[in-house]
Structures are given as structure tokens and as C-alpha cells.
Ligand binder design. Structure first.
Ligand SMILES: Nc1ncnc2c1ncn2[C@@H]1O[C@H](COP(=O)(O)OP(=O)(O)OP(=O)(O)O)[C@@H](O)[C@H]1O
Ligand SMILES: [Mg+2]
Length: 376
């Protein structure tokens, strides 16, 4: 894993080992599901720790009877992108040697693909490219691969697919989903862990009765790591670096970013950089300023295309409004236009993941974006 060895706080990439805190219950639960062949759906806002958690469980679970395969489909732009990645990763990750992978390609894919190539890869021993096109294959044969490989290696296979929300963006997505579910639901020796962010997209894929993946697996909403677990984690890292941070400052760090994992580590790192000996208000405030500055390019990009009405909608939420946006009073106070305009904006902003619907109403999804908008 490529991580900067000297950096005490890590953010933006998946974490492991001593950079991974807590999640004891979640790890155990997921591990049990993997070992018992249950399908799992894992959903959370961005940067909460899904990839880190699944990779941790993957390490703990690999044993004589269960083998996990991890596939990140972020870069798959279509059904066939996916089939190529899916088949190649399954073959590669179930083979101990390149020779074995070559054999398995012959055994299971010889009728499907005509342009196989193996090449050295800096991230792994080698990579496989299959060149599968709609002409060569029927998709069901590719989707059946986990079951066939499981029988072949004599182990149960757990297929972990990261960034699964991408599926919802593909052309003809609904039919692809039907195909996937149609094949996978019959598998006896393979199970699936499908996970991703973009809550809106993921919940639509899995919680909508009309969608093929409805009730495909156990739904898990990954919760934030609680403050009481961040306290020892962060205090310990400060101590290791000859610095001190009082408990209530760690609590403030967690509160400001609503315990969103990546931001907690980023803000803690900012504060540490400003600290000579002991954290005071001054270092914390400076750390927050730095965080806002670091986030500004992204937030500018995210808000640049919004209309004045949409910005007004966000302002209303920031002002503490979470419901009743189409009441006359709210529409006038915040200049939201007409009722139909409000309904349309709400839909668009949710689809853009800028706002989300919680039990208490509509909220800004990203805690730092909220802070940034408040300061504007
Ligand atoms: N268990 C953990 N302990 C400490 N920090 C964590 C943990 N899980 C996540 N983080 C922090 O959150 C960051 C993002 O983690 P990760 O990439 O696993 O999240 P993700 O939910 O997969 O994100 P994305 O939505 O971008 O795919 C890490 O770099 C780290 O700073
Ligand atoms: Mg991830």
C-alpha cells in the first residue's frame, strides 16, 4: 500500500493497520456475513470508511474455506467495461500464479474472449486484459464466473464490488441489473458484498421495490466512528509526536465535521501542523481555516453551476430551515420561486448529492461544505 510513512494522520485513501480505529462491531458483523455466505449491501456517505472496512474484513476472513475478491468499478463506464474488469479480477485474484490464471482463462473464458493479454503491472504481479465485446459473449456466462471458480478452487468466494453506485449510471442500467441479479441469486458457492457512496443512488438501487436488487442482501448503513473512539486514537497520535491535545478539543474536531472519518483525520492533521506543544483555541481555529481553504476549489466547482434559486435553497437550509420549503412564507423569505420550482430544485440537489433527506428533513450532505457556505 502506498502511504506516506511519516504522516501520522491519513485521509483520502483507504486505511489499515494502526491507522484504522474502532469498527470492532462492524468488522465482526461483516466477517460473520462473509463466512456464512450472506449477501451484504453497504452504504454510507462519501469518505466514511467503507473501503477500509471491507479491506480489513477481507484480510481477516481469508481462510481455508472462504476467499474474497475485491473489485473497484469506479472507472467502469458501461456494462462491458464491467464484464472485462469483473472477469479479469476474478481470474487474477483466485490464482496464486500467472500460469494458473492463464489456465483458468482457457478453462472458463476461451469461448468468450479472443484478445487476452497478460502484462506486468506496478500495482500487482501482473494484470489481465480480456477484450470482451458484446459480439463475443453472452453476459450470463461472465456473471456465472464466481460460482464456477468457487467450485474449481474448492472455496466459497465473496465478491466485493466497490463503487457499486456506478451501475446506476450505465446505459440500459435496469436490464444490466436484472441480468446480474438473475445470475447471482442462484449462486451457492459465491456471495456478494456490494458497496458504495452516493446515498441517493445506492438507496435507489437497493431499497426501491421496483428495482432488481431490492432485498438482494442485508442492508448496512455504515455509521460514523463515535467521538469516544476518536479521542484515544487522536490523543495517542499527538502523544507519539510529543504533543498534547485535551479531550474537549478532540470532541470539537469531531463535532465540526460531524464525525465524518476522512475530515476528522484531515482536521486533526491540520491542527497538529499548527501546534508547537499543546493545542489551544488558536491552533484549532487555524486548523479549521486551513480545512476550508483546502476544500475551496472543490466546493467552488460543486456550486459553480448552481442557479441563484438553488443557492437560495442551500442558504435556507443553512439558516436552519429543514422542512416546509414550499410554504408561502419560506418561499418569499429565501426567494425560492414557485412551488414547482422548489420541488424540482430539491430533486436536483439531492441527485447532485449536495443535500440529503434525513429523518428531520433536508440537510447539507457535507459538513465542511455547510461551514464553507456559512462563511461565504
Ligand atoms: N476505521 C477508520 N479509522 C480511522 N480512519 C478512518 C477509518 N475509516 C476511514 N477513515 C478515514 O476516512 C478516509 C476514507 O476512508 P475510505 O476510503 O475507506 O472511505 P470510503 O467510505 O470508502 O470513501 P469513498 O466514499 O471515497 O469511497 C481514510 O483515509 C481515513 O482518513
Ligand atoms: Mg471507498
Amino acid at each position: 500500500m502506498k502511504q506516506e510513512i511519516n504522516k501520522p494522520f491519513i485521509y483520502g485513501v483507504s486505511v489499515s493497520g494502526k491507522n484504522f480505529t474502532d469498527r470492532v462491531k462492524e468488522t465482526q458483523r461483516l466477517k460473520t456475513n462473509f463466512e456464512n455466505g450472506l449477501n451484504v449491501i453497504l452504504i454510507s456517505p462519501r469518505r466514511m470508511g467503507k473501503t477500509s472496512l471491507v479491506k480489513k474484513v477481507q484480510q481477516e476472513v481469508d481462510n481455508r474455506l472462504v476467499h474474497t475478491v475485491y473489485i473497484d468499478i469506479y472507472n467502469c463506464r458501461s456494462e462491458y467495461d464491467f464484464y472485462n474488469k469483473f472477469a479479469a479480477e476474478l481470474i487474477r485474484q483466485t490464482a496464486t500464479k500467472m500460469e494458473m490464471a492463464m489456465e483458468n482463462v482457457k478453462r472458463f473464458l476461451s469461448r468468450i474472449t479472443t484478445k487476452i493479454s497478460f502484462s506486468p503491472d506496478p500495482m500487482a504481479d501482473y494484470s489481465i486484459s480480456l477484450g470482451i465485446t458484446p459480439k463475443d459473449c453472452n453476459p450470463e456466462q461472465i456473471l456465472a464466473l464466481p460460482e464456477l471458480l468457487a467450485e474449481h478452487i474448492g472455496k466459497h468466494i465473496v465478491v466485493c464490488i466497490d463503487e457499486f453506485q456506478q451501475v446506476g449510471e450505465w446505459p440500459d442500467s435496469l436490464n444490466v441489473q436484472k441480468r446480474m441479479r438473475g445470475v447471482w441469486q442462484h449462486h451457492q458457492h459465491a456471495s456478494y458484498c456490494l458497496f458504495g457512496s452516493r446515498k441517493h443512488m445506492m438507496t435507489n438501487l437497493f431499497q426501491n421495490k421496483r428495482m432488481p436488487f431490492y432485498q438482494f442482501g442485508e442492508p448496512n448503513f455504515l455509521q460514523p466512528i463515535p467521538t469516544e473512539d476518536w479521542i484515544p486514537f487522536i490523543q495517542h497520535i499527538f502523544e507519539e509526536n510529543g504533543l498534547t491535545i485535551a479531550e474537549h478539543f478532540v470532541t470539537r474536531i469531531c463535532d465540526i465535521v460531524q464525525n465524518q472519518s476522512s475530515y476528522v483525520q484531515q482536521l486533526a492533521w491540520n491542527v497538529m501542523l499548527n501546534t508547537k506543544q499543546e493545542v489551544t483555541n488558536k491552533e484549532l481555529e487555524q486548523g479549521i481555516e486551513d480545512l476550508l481553504m483546502q476544500s475551496t476549489p472543490l466546493f467552488m466547482e460543486q456550486t459553480a453551476s448552481l442557479t441563484t434559486y438553488q443557492m437560495n435553497f442551500l442558504r435556507a437550509i443553512i439558516a436552519g430551515q429543514h422542512n416546509q420549503f414550499s410554504s408561502q412564507e419560506i418561499m418569499e423569505t429565501y426567494q425560492l420561486g414557485s412551488k414547482s420550482n422548489v420541488a424540482r430544485m430539491q430533486k436536483t440537489l439531492i441527485e447532485k448529492d449536495l443535500i440529503e433527506l434525513r429523518k428531520e428533513g433536508l440537510f447539507i450532505s457535507d459538513p465542511v461544505l455547510q461551514l464553507w457556505l456559512q462563511r461565504q
